[in-house]
Structures are given as C-alpha cells and as structure tokens.
Design a protein around this ligand. Sequence first.
Ligand code: SF4
Length: 218
Amino acid sequence: MLTILSQHTSDVNRDRAYADLRRRFATWDEVADAPAPAIASAVRRGGLGATKAQRIKAVLRELRRGGALGDSTLRGSSAEETWRRLRELPGVGPKTAACVLLFSLDEPYFPVDTHVHRVAKRLGLVPERATAAQAQEILQAVVPPEAVYELHMQLIRHGRAICRAPRPLCEECPLLDICPRIGLSRIAGRRDAGARLARLARRDPLRRTGPQASARRR
Ligand code: SF4
C-alpha cells in the first residue's frame, strides 16, 4: 500500500496518506470492501486519490482471493513466487513489485525509479536507450544481493541532490572523474543552442542583416 501511495508524491505526503488510511479503516478487509470514493478521501493528502483508491481496492481484492488479508499476506512464499504474484496484481509494474520485495520483505530486488534510471544511464551502468524496466533487469542481474539496498538508496540520493534531471551539478559531483556523463552533452548543447538563439534574437544588428534588411538596402 505504501508503494502505491508513493506514486507521484513526496515521502512525507505518502506517509500522511498511509496514516490517514490506517486511521480511517480498522482492517485491510474494510478497505477492500469500502467504496472507492471513501478510500480516495482517506488518501487524498497523497495526491491522485481517485486513481490510487481504485488501485488499492483492486490489489486488496486480488490478494484476498489468495487468503485472508493482513500485514503478513505476502510473507511465507519464496521471493520468486512473491514477485510473480505481485506482477499479476492490477497496476503493479516491476518497480512497485521490487519496492515491495526490497522494503517490506527484505529481498534483494532492485527497483528502478526515475532517479535511479537517469543516474544509471549517465554513469553508463545501463545503455542510454534502456527503459526503466530494462535497466531494472540489468541492475538486478549484476548488483550483488548484499549491495542492492545501499546502492539503490545511494543512487536515489545522488539523483535528488547532485545528478538532477535538468541541471546536474557535475562540478560538485564526487563521481566526476569516473563518469562518462552519457547524454549530457546533448542536454548542454540544446541549452546552449537555446541561449545562443535567445541572445542573437535580442541583437539589432542580426535583424538588420536579415532578408528584409537586405531588401530595404536594395
Ligand atoms: S558527473 Fe554529472 S552526470 Fe555524472 S553522476 Fe555526477 S552529476 Fe551525474
């Protein structure tokens, strides 16, 4: 539930929404049986309440088909079996499934969110054109299990603080000497080209050398 509530919101608002949900409903069965608008109202502080309510309800109902609902519903099976069950749930993609396994069940699965995806590509850990799902498969295969949690967290922290999406702080980055900075020359190039164009457009001499100016001169 925490993973669903974390979509497109901050950790703080995710936790608020989760606390509100647990306060509003005494059991997960109650949530599964509640009307979607009631769930949406309970989780509204996390944003996208209507969408998340539908997803929460669908997931709980599907899980209930396999037995009673509880905080230990997914425990007791092998990691592979849990992965398969999670991936069959409505709206649960590889990132969400890996988050549940890593954070709730302490299994070494490597979720790839937007920060991990971006940083891994820039560092050349995965191909530049790899989708998030492909990047997850690659990292899952090569990262030693004992390093999964720490590396995942480090990449997220690094992506938030230094290797930011629009303007990475490469000059402050401790990885600068080993980073190929894949994809960044194009970003810098586009930005520079845009800045150059804006600067040129403000310059009168440029306008006077355009075709209309040439016609006036004739
Ligand atoms: S050097 Fe730049 S691109 Fe490479 S990891 Fe650091 S911030 Fe990201």
